[in-house]
Ligand binder design. Structure first.
Ligand code: 9MR
Length: 461
């Protein structure tokens, strides 16, 4: 039987009501695009460095996973991490960063194969003759690049080869092998991982000057000899008290004109502490100016900041009395620099935190040999109530929920679902539900990187 046809006046009433609802009920707020998404819309990436010890900090990991589309291991692919003893290679920590990036669909900049620093004593003090050191270098580059083959977008093959005056740094490699060590390293990296873009990376080369002239001449001569070099990394460790790099855009462009990509690889902008509103405003302008310099050069492929939060910046321990160098403060809150970056990347200011529909705090409350207890707080950060929710996340390791409370817990492989209990299914705007579980694990107990509520990504709170 056909349903009765609604009369014309009834239809008009329904239409009017629908119109009224559309006008007075605000649409669900779309999440602000992230820095990574804004950069991607410009054909670039926006990345952050990270380091393995930080990966147990769930709120940190959540922003790292959502805001950036590239990550760089700050330490775990360096020589002292990957070949601490001659011929004994260790990749676990580098693999951990790669796995995290893969789960979050991020690219990875590999850092770094040949560097005078964080170089184990067996290399720097080994007193090896040239032939032996050359084969040690080639073996290191080949073994590490082969291990990560196909997983890295870029490799910083050679790091910091220059002195401030543009002459070659007196490293064990240069002292023993002369500048040919650079070409050797690049050739070995290309042979091991033909898909990775191969970079030379240095600091204080961001603007025109003697040091960047040294880099420029090197790259020009490598290109002329047909040595495989794809890009030049400009670290961008800036300090308000030393001034903005001289003609940065012009500098990036002259390298691009040699036929290589350029990238800002370790950006941070420190200041003398304490920070104040004026310094933070200048810092914001500088972040914006670096971004604009990169966007103005078509071969400038992306920007990486040297971690994203002051909580994990390397600056205070190396430059006492200086800091506040990154776009997020120590409590993971965006600073003026964050909005300046958004704006420079073509977006609008906006803290994605408060506009995200939900927030999740994940806390390991206690942990023993093979198990742990976690407390999870789910908060509705939207403006309307949530009626019925399912929280989903994936464990990075082999964690298995053995018992849970205040929600219906289930797990398939690494994927966990917590469905609301009968008494906490309605979350008013701003309201939270506290749930928890016991789980087993072996190895490391890293926190899940991202959480979603009813399929929408949540921010860490
Ligand atoms: O961020 C890295 C920090 O954790 C290390 O202690 C430090 C040791 O040298 O290296 C830091 O990263 C450096 C990078 O590898 C090369 N450019 C300078 C960076 C800051 O020192």
């Amino acid at each position: 039987m056909l349903p009765p046809r609604p009369s014309q006046p009834l239809l008009a009433l329904v239409f009017a009501l629908a119109l009224l609802v559309a006008l007075v009920v605000p649409p669900a707020q779309a999440a602000e695009p992230t820095l990574g998404e804004l950069a991607a819309a410009k054909g670039r990436y926006f990345g952050s460095a990270t380091d393995n010890p930080e990966l147990t900090d769930a709120p940190y990991v959540a922003i790292l996973g959502s805001e950036f589309n590239s990550i760089t291991p700050g330490n775990s692919m360096k020589w002292d991490a990957t070949e601490p003893q001659r011929g004994q290679f260790s990749f676990a920590r580098g693999d951990e960063v790669v796995a995290l990036a893969q789960r979050n669909s991020q690219r990875v900049r590999g850092h770094t194969l040949v560097w005078h620093s964080q170089l184990p004593g067996w290399v720097s003090n080994g007193g090896f003759p040239a032939t032996e050191l050359r084969s040690i270098l080639q073996n290191h580059v080949t073994t590490v690049a082969t291990h990560f083959k196909g997983k890295l977008a870029h490799w910083d093959v050679v790091n910091e080869p220059f002195n401030e005056d543009g002459t070659f740094r007196d490293s064990v490699f240069y002292r023993t092998l002369g500048q040919s060590y650079i070409a050797d390293a690049l050739r070995a990296a290309r042979a091991a991982d033909p898909a990775a873009k191969l970079y030379i990376n240095d600091y204080n080369t961001d603007g025109l000057g003697a040091k960047s002239d040294g880099m420029y001449n090197l790259v020009k001569s490598l290109k002329a000899q047909g040595v495989p070099i794809d890009g030049v990394g400009f670290q961008g460790h800036l300090a308000l008290q030393y001034g903005f790099p001289y003609k940065m855009q012009e500098n990036l462009r002259r390298f691009a004109d040699l036929g290589v990509d350029v990238a800002i690889t370790e950006l941070d902008i420190r200041m003398n502490l304490p920070a104040d509103a004026t310094k933070l405003a200048t810092q914001a302008t500088w972040y914006s100016d670096v971004t604009k310099a990169c966007l103005a050069v078509s071969r400038c492929v992306g920007i990486t900041i040297w971690d994203y939060t002051d909580k994990y910046s390397w600056i205070p321990s190396v430059f006492p009395g200086e800091g506040a160098a990154l776009p997020y403060d120590e409590n993971l809150r965006p600073k003026p620099a964050y909005n300046a970056l958004r704006t420079a990347l073509g977006g609008t200011p906006g803290d994605p935190g408060p506009t995200a529909a939900c927030a999740v705090a994940y806390k390991v409350e206690s942990q023993w040999n093979a198990g742990f207890t976690a407390a999870v707080t789910v908060t509705n950060r939207g403006t309307t109530p949530i009626n019925g929710w399912r929280l989903t996340f994936a464990f990075p390791g082999d964690q298995k929920v053995t018992q849970g409370w205040n929600a219906g817990w289930s797990q398939t492989g690494r994927d966990v679902t917590a469905a609301n209990a009968s008494w906490n299914g309605t979350l008013a705007a701003g309201a939270s539900a506290s749930i928890g579980f016991n789980a087993s694990y072996t190895g490391t107990n890293a926190a899940p990187a991202t959480f979603a509520l009813n399929g929408t990504a949540c921010r860490a709170s």
